[in-house]
Ligand binder design. Structure first.
Ligand code: MG
Ligand code: ZN
Length: 209
């Protein structure tokens, strides 16, 4: 069977969320309320990120050092090899930052196509959202839009994720692997979902499909 995997990055490919780590380390108080508004979809990713960036006390080098300490799921590399052998396509869709993804992929020698927001630094930080969608208005990177554009007919679409930015694409996939907030959301909404902890679990499940 032809398959395509779309996977979230932060907290899914990585063990912890690089964006959350940045905010916790560098943003002054006040970010919590802004983040809660984003979780309730009262703020778009773009607005939320730019407001929180205004509370930042850090330079690009500080962010680099912090992000480089974040660990990747040890089985993600094997998962990519597994997909390559079977001809499954894999895309990373992230509502986080290109800068962080580049750093982690370089650290672990990963080469996989990804779509994410751009993090711009010119003395202060700013987000740019080249993959947003006018019909959506919430996401910085609209994963649902990208999934619809990238999928090919006859491919089974499998979505993998853990958080708020994954709820929308999850409802449009053929199959979902989830943990954390996304798992709870899928159970509440009656979206068929399989729990996972690492990409090893996903390989084992897909082998039996
Ligand atoms: Mg995530
Ligand atoms: Zn969207």
């Amino acid at each position: 069977m032809k398959r395509v995997f779309f996977t979230d990055f932060d907290g899914t490919v990585t063990r912890t969320d690089t964006c959350a780590a940045m905010v916790e380390a560098f943003a002054a108080d006040g970010w919590q309320e802004i983040n809660e508004m984003w979780e309730r979809k009262e703020l778009s990713t773009e607005e939320c990120a730019n407001r929180i960036f205004r509370l930042f006390n850090a330079c690009l080098e500080d962010v680099r050092k912090l992000v480089e300490t974040v660990e990747m799921d040890g089985s993600f590399k094997d998962f990519l090899a597994f997909c390559r052998r079977r001809g499954y396509r894999v895309f990373v869709l992230s509502d986080g930052y290109d800068f962080n993804i580049e750093l982690i992929f370089k650290k672990y020698g990963i080469d996989v196509p990804y779509y994410a927001n751009r993090m711009v630094y010119d003395g202060g930080f700013r987000i740019e959202c080249p993959y947003n969608s006018p019909d959506c208005g919430n996401c910085g990177t609209c994963k649902k839009r990208l999934m619809e554009e990238l999928r090919e007919p006859e491919e089974q679409v499998i979505y993998i994720g853990d958080g708020y930015s994954d709820t929308c694409p999850a409802a449009h996939a053929d199959l979902v692997f989830a943990k954390g907030t996304l798992y709870k959301y899928c159970r509440e909404k009656g979206i068929p979902v399989m729990p996972f902890n690492s990409f090893r679990d996903i390989m084992e499940t897909v082998e039996k499909l």
